[in-house]
Design a protein around this ligand. Structure first.
Ligand code: F6R
Length: 642
């Protein structure tokens, strides 16, 4: 534990588990892979077997990719390696798209020189009456292998490790368990829809995991930040299974900056040692204090500062009154009803320039509905205020249209052909074939290119309808259909040259003064992060090429459907009236294919419009709590310097 570790420094003094923080998941994964490789090699030198406990899910993928690279390029051999996987869905065919057996072959085993006899994964095909025996046997095999030398873990949003859901005891062994509903929802992104996610799983127990000689738990992305904070800084409790690792004597958490963001040393660095009082840090400290004490910023007193641990700030910057004012003005200056700047006035503190006006604007929307969900109010204002607003839909979003939904459209189209007397022999019976295909489609079968195109068309029509609703003209709507997305599966390709070229072309054609895009800086499940990386790379290349217009192009990030910026990070807040909130709601409703059965909701089961409204209202309430004007709702943006 950190508190017993030598050379303890104050910065991690709230942490009861050693945490290594890396700038991003790539670097963290590289570190984890190096640890694994070093152990394998050390064991090889001693002619010993190396027993690894392995995890699945999105978290360890980059680590496996790095191990595969090391195998290929650095001659890392896995001949002495024995593996035991943590878990498997139950029941599931070993070859099913979502099975962890298949996952391991795809991501690791098929690409390395491990002896297949040394691979152990709980079997999702075992008969129910044989499961107990299967689990006992699994434990026995681990023991016979000499126990696990290094256990790799991820962490669930509810704190689970393996599939040990909250309530799992410290002595639990390999067993069949019922998946928490939150886990089923979180993992629904791998399946066609939530009802397809198995209700059960076989998992190693906490007792099994904790017997490992060494443990590395990885966590990426802000979604994991709250539970990571609980596991690392909270009490040891079965309600947060990962917190039970506090009692292990050789465990390290390997995380990225986003997952670490709720740790005290990141969230309130002034509590863990010296901190540099930049304006940003002052804003963060004072805003968090005001919210905690439930006081408007201008009502904070010297005593509040002292009692909240900010006496240091008082010493450096003087009186509470002065600091309060500074922070209040910073907050006030983020609020504007003019997202492209207010024409004809000089407002030096305004988040946007007032000239040129009107502006050329591109809103990049990773999926066909992110524009309206995440910045519908701002979208409308930009248009209403006379700017030349273009929308670029980056991906087709076809994966998120259910078979039931597309069947409804096919039924309509076939009926239409009949009514219109269209000779289907001539039209090639595309629709009938599609209908037949869907009727026979096995669960989890990958769609044909035609079906994907039809699903994409449905979303395209919805996006177009939204643009019409906002008032955007046809020529300002751009469907980029970026190729990285078009795999037909949840797993997407990495960003490619074509994606960047398509994006550069559009940017060069429009020469925007403002670009808005989804700023999901860390999103292990992918699409939004890749979409952002593509835009950043396109802008970087254009800048390097010396295009003149780019010097005058500002990039604003909105958050995708899942999260909001922290209040202290917001650099532009666009208020919305109750009517504008309703208008946005109806704009989101246009995306009918995404209603009710959205397969990719992450761990939040509310519909998109509900989440968007709650989030915009929450931002407005926070501003009000801090002592600023109380609006009905607000959309929030951060400016990104590239
Ligand atoms: C997977 C496993 C789980 C995951 C956890 C996080 O073998 O045991 O505990 O590590 O659910 O999942 P991801 O990595 O998809 O966020």
């Amino acid at each position: 534990m950190a508190n017993n570790a030598p050379n303890i420094d104050l910065s991690d003094s709230f942490e009861k588990i050693p945490v290594k923080i890396f700038p991003d998941l790539q670097q963290g994964s590289k570190y984890a892979a190096q640890q694994v490789a070093a152990l394998i090699r050390a064991k090889q030198k001693k002619n010993e077997k190396c027993v690894l406990g392995l995890a699945t899910g999105s978290t360890p993928k980059s680590m496996y990719a790095e191990l595969v690279r090391m195998h290929r390029e650095e001659k890392l051999s896995f001949k002495n390696v024995i593996t035991f996987n943590l878990d498997e869905y139950y029941p599931i065919d070993n070859d099913a798209l979502q099975s962890y057996n298949r996952f391991m072959r795809l991501n690791l085993f098929d690409h390395i020189d491990i002896n297949t006899k040394n691979i152990h994964i709980p079997n999702g095909e075992v008969k129910k009456e044989e499961i107990k025996l299967h689990c006992r046997h699994y434990e026995k095999m681990i023991e016979e292998a000499g126990g696990i030398d290094l256990q790799i873990l991820g962490i669930g949003n509810n704190g689970h490790i393996g599939f040990n859901e909250p309530g799992s005891g410290i002595y639990s062994k390999t067993r069949l368990i019922t998946l928490d509903n939150s886990t089923r929802i979180a993992n629904a992104y791998e399946f066609a829809n939530i009802s397809e996610v198995p209700r059960l799983a076989i998992t190693m127990g906490i007792g099994t995991i904790i017997k490992a000689k060494r443990i590395l738990l990885m966590a990426w992305g802000e979604g994991k930040a709250p539970v990571l904070q609980k596991a690392v800084e909270g009490d040891v409790t079965e309600h947060v299974p990962a917190s039970l690792l506090q009692d292990h004597n050789d465990v390290t958490f390997v995380v990225d900056e986003s997952a670490a963001s709720q740790l005290t040393r990141k969230k309130s660095p002034w509590l863990t040692g010296d901190c540099e009082w930049t304006p940003k840090m002052i804003k963060k400290a004072v805003v968090n204090m005001a919210l905690k004490l439930q006081k408007p910023v201008l009502s904070l007193t010297n005593t509040d500062y002292n009692e909240y641990g900010l006496s240091d700030l008082l010493v450096e910057k003087g009186d509470a009154y002065e600091i309060n004012l500074q922070v209040y003005y910073m907050l006030r200056d983020t609020i504007t009803g003019w997202p492209a700047g207010k024409p004809g006035v000089v407002l030096p503190e305004h988040p946007e320039r007032s000239v040129p006006y009107p502006k050329r604007v591109i809103i990049f929307s990773p999926h066909p509905d992110d524009d309206i969900i995440s910045m519908g109010g701002t979208f409308q204002r930009l248009h209403d205020q006379g700017n030349d607003v273009h929308v670029a839909y980056q991906t087709s979003g076809n994966i998120a249209v259910t078979d039931e939904f597309v069947t409804r459209f096919l039924d309509f189209a076939v009926g239409f052909e009949e009514i219109a007397g269209i000779d289907t022999r001539k039209s090639g019976k595309i629709l009938q074939d599609a209908q037949k295909y869907l009727a026979r489609k096995k669960s989890n079968q990958v769609d044909t290119a035609k079906i994907r195109a039809i699903k994409g068309l449905i979303r395209r029509c919805e996006a177009r309808a939204t643009c019409r609703y906002v008032g955007i003209k046809e020529t300002n709507i751009h469907f980029l259909n970026l190729p990285f997305y078009e795999t037909g599966t949840i797993e997407k390709k990495p960003m490619g040259e074509k994606d960047i070229k398509i994006t550069m072309e559009l940017l060069r054609q429009i020469k925007p003064h403002q670009v808005f895009c989804a700023g999901d800086l860390s999103d292990p499940h992918g699409t939004h992060k890749v979409c952002l990386d593509i835009i950043l790379e396109a802008l970087r290349r254009i800048k390097n090429a010396g295009d003149e217009w780019i010097a005058d192009c500002w990039l604003w990030l909105y958050k995708g459907a899942w999260q909001e910026w922290n209040i202290e990070e917001i650099e532009m807040a666009i208020p919305m009236s109750p009517d504008q909130v309703l208008k946005k709601r109806f704009g989101i409703f246009i995306h009918q294919s995404q209603k009710d059965m959205v397969p990719f909701q992450g761990s939040d089961s509310r519909e998109f419009w509900q989440r968007a409204e709650a989030r915009n209202e929450n931002t407005a309430n926070l501003y009000a709590d801090l002592g600023l004007t109380h609006y009905a709702a607000m959309e929030a943006f951060v400016r990104w310097l590239y």
